[in-house]
Design a protein around this ligand. Structure first.
Ligand SMILES: Nc1nc2c(ncn2[C@@H]2O[C@H](COP(=O)(O)OP(=O)(O)OP(=O)(O)O)[C@@H](O)[C@H]2O)c(=O)[nH]1
Ligand SMILES: [Mg+2]
Length: 262
């Protein structure tokens, strides 16, 4: 673990950001934290700048407009790879991913899988033994489990939790995925990345995590977003069942994302 970077995407997370950054800094002091804000109207970007001014380990990436979680992560990955960070971790700002479990993800990334292969990608998983969720209504748990099972079956994904957003990548693994081939900007992004990771032949392991429902701030999740993600997964599944691999750039209509600025 040479230069770890924890990427925290934010959109209107003013109430959550300072606490989550402080927890990450306390648990893994060697890690740098990159806050990627999409021009949050509530001033989260300005707060991120204040945190960065007070602590040199906190960095910011400001993007002009809300373009979705996937676009924010892709810009952050590009930024991180250019600067030599390794490994690179995804963590939500809303407290759903416990920074206290970060060492468990990082340790797994240093190890090997059951077959003795060095690990490229670690998924913080709710749906393996020891994984848990807190404060989720039954219907939300059911939806998440069903979504993972569907994507797992259709795309032959190797993990129990296909939609989890708590992940740690080796920098080299992100390079092998060829991020320019990932076109999902919205919530299907996590599934899309996992699919590309499997197609790239990465070694992927899951570690159990406890997922805690957000306490403050508003979720950006909606029924429309879930349906869009399901339809996309179905489309990818049909393609892959008919022998086509991951879509090439012209095949998927993800809008070209505006390039970010630091
Ligand atoms: N930069 C950026 N961050 C985003 C965007 N959409 C969501 N986020 C952040 O991504 C993380 C996950 O978003 P949430 O709204 O919590 O979505 P979720 O976790 O899938 O849904 P819940 O389970 O309801 O919390 C949070 O830190 C958000 O602030 C976006 O368009 N741009
Ligand atoms: Mg959340």
């Amino acid at each position: 673990m040479s230069r770890p970077l924890v990427v925290i995407p934010t959109y209107n997370e003013r109430e959550n950001l300072a606490a989550i950054v402080a927890r990450v800094r306390a648990v893994v002091p060697v890690a740098r934290v990159l806050v990627v804000d999409d021009g949050s109207p509530d001033g989260t970007g300005a707060l991120a700048d204040e945190l960065a001014a007070a602590d040199a380990a906190v960095l910011t990436l400001h993007r002009a407009a809300k373009e979705g979680l996937g676009a924010a992560y892709l810009a952050a990955f590009e930024w991180a790879l250019e600067r030599g960070f390794d490994p690179i971790v995804q963590l939500d700002a809303d407290g759903s991913h416990l920074p206290e479990q970060l060492p468990s993800l990082l340790e797994a990334l240093e190890g090997t899988d059951a077959a003795g292969e060095p690990v490229d990608l670690v998924i913080g998983s709710r749906w393996v033994a020891g994984g848990a969720i807190e404060n989720w209504p039954r219907h939300r748990e059911w939806l998440s489990r069903a979504g993972s099972a569907y994507a797992r079956w259709l795309l032959r994904l190797p993990t129990r939790d296909a939609t989890a957003g708590y992940r740690a990548f080796r920098a080299e693994a992100l390079r092998r995925i060829r991020l320019e081939d990932v076109h999902t900007r919205g919530y299907g992004f996590q599934v899309d990345m996992l699919w590309h990771a499997r197609e790239a032949g990465l070694t992927i392991v899951e570690v159990p995590v406890t997922f805690v429902e957000r306490v403050r701030g508003r979720s950006k999740m909606s029924a429309g977003i879930v349906i869009e993600a399901m339809l996309r997964v179905t489309g990818w599944g049909i393609r892959s069942w008919f022998g086509h691999g991951v879509p090439r750039p012209a095949d998927d209509h993800g809008s070209a994302s505006k390039r970010s600025h630091a």
